[in-house]
Write a protein that binds this ligand. Structure first.
Ligand code: SF4
Length: 402
């Protein structure tokens, strides 16, 4: 940790009562209180809940997990389709993992969907017999939620404050950015998360009976005014207290980590067709960012290796098949936060060997028209579209993105 400056010692708890009140007053007028935008935040008769009222816990939970890496407007159609498919905990807990991944397709970070499923199965065994429809039968203690897969402190705080109005803070990207600016925090926020948690909690402690509203207001402020670029300080309820605004250049905050080099890799991918016109796909192991998703087989190009040789080698090593590598189908660049990939995709003809899942969960020959029934990561959507065009087949209804 770097040397501490006076900004780190600025006492937010002294400001908290005023900040909480001005934030709530702003939110009453300008908050995103639209049932069409955040249906999980409303009572069944379409009202914003009173402090003593409880909301549907499953709906709040699914929304919080979807919102972890994704903006509200993007989440809404996914949330709606998800709640139609899995309207109750027992339906979700009993669902097939493929069905769950398909519903998540396009939201990215697929481990979130698999952890949701695992958590639903775990929770189902723990709920009291009164039944899940009654919010009271769900756990209301932060510690119990933290034991579930995929639930961190901010997600748990979001679920419990939304559903039960529990006086728990959140610390998502919006909240972190706003706090870093109000306090003009001179280091990357991740350097001292504990300090940010204490700031967020002090705002809740100033009006604990309004925890639900405060957390929503905090997120709305970050999403609508205190945006990553060009914050709308002229309309902000916290302008007079904001040290970043006083500095004259609020978007210098939050201070960023020094950029690091992102590794670049070329991946050779084989779209292998057999004589029956079927295409070969495999399902990734249940680990990492894209665990459980389906994909076209392939792997990393070795230094000095021709891409055709990469593809033939990878298919031999990972599927135990021999192919001829034919023409290039498409080249797709895709950037993740930690690496950039270039997929060099070639059409291949299967020659010999029964495909074996040597580095995957399973392999399958499928008709190209059936590919839409399998969850694929984003980079594969363009490959599928190129394949359908090449084969002269109609485009599939693919919503893969992100
Ligand atoms: S004054 Fe500007 S920088 Fe400060 S919290 Fe408000 S919008 Fe953000």
């Amino acid at each position: 940790m770097g040397q501490r400056s006076s900004a780190e010692h600025r006492d937010l708890s002294a400001l908290a009562p005023e900040l909480s009140q001005s934030l709530l007053a702003w939110w009453e007028l300008h908050g995103r209180k639209d049932p069409a935008l955040k249906p999980w935040m409303f009572t069944k008769d379409g009202r914003w809940p009173e402090p003593h009222e409880h909301l549907n816990v499953l709906e709040c939970w699914i929304a919080e997990v979807m919102l972890q890496q994704t903006q509200l407007q993007v989440v809404l159609p996914y949330w709606t389709a998800w709640m139609e498919a899995f309207p109750r905990l027992e339906v979700l807990a009993g669902a097939d993992e493929q069905a769950v991944l398909l519903r998540w397709q396009g939201l990215g970070y697929y481990s979130r969907a698999r952890r949701l499923l695992a958590a639903a199965r775990q929770l189902l065994t723990e709920l009291r017999p009164v039944g899940e429809a009654d919010p009271q039968s769900w756990p209301q203690e932060l510690d119990r939620w933290l034991l579930l897969p995929g639930i961190g402190r901010s997600t748990a705080g979001g679920i419990l404050s939304s559903a039960f109005n529990s006086p728990l803070a959140i610390l998502d990207g919006n909240v972190r950015r706003v706090l870093a600016r109000v306090m003009a925090y001179p280091h990357p926020p991740m350097w001292h998360q504990g300090l940010f948690w204490s700031w967020s909690q002090s705002l809740i402690a100033a009006a604990p009976e309004r925890a639900r509203d405060l957390n929503q207001a905090f997120m709305d402020l970050g999403a609508t005014l205190c945006t990553p670029r060009n914050p709308a300080c002229a309309s902000c309820p916290w302008q007079s207290a904001c040290a970043a605004y006083a500095s004259g250049s609020p978007d210098r905050y939050p201070v960023k980590e020094a950029p690091r080099d992102v590794p670049f890799q070329v991946i050779g991918v084989g779209v292998v067709l057999n004589q029956a016109g079927q295409v070969l796909i495999d399902q990734r192991l249940n680990e990492g960012l894209l665990g459980g998703m389906w994909e076209f087989p392939g792997g990393k190009q070795e230094p000095g290796e021709l891409i055709e040789a990469t593809i033939a080698r990878e298919l031999r090593e990972e599927l135990a098949i021999e192919v001829t590598v034919d023409q290039a189908l498409i080249c797709v660049d895709h950037a993740y936060s930690h690496k950039k990939l270039r997929f060099e995709v070639y059409l291949c003809t299967w020659c010999s060997g029964e495909p074996q899942p040597l580095a995957s969960q399973q392999v399958r020959w499928v008709q190209p028209q059936e590919l839409g029934a399998y969850p694929f990561p984003a980079a594969n959507a363009r490959i599928i579209a190129a394949l359908m065009t090449h084969l002269g087949l109609p485009a599939l209804d693919q919503s893969v993105s992100g």
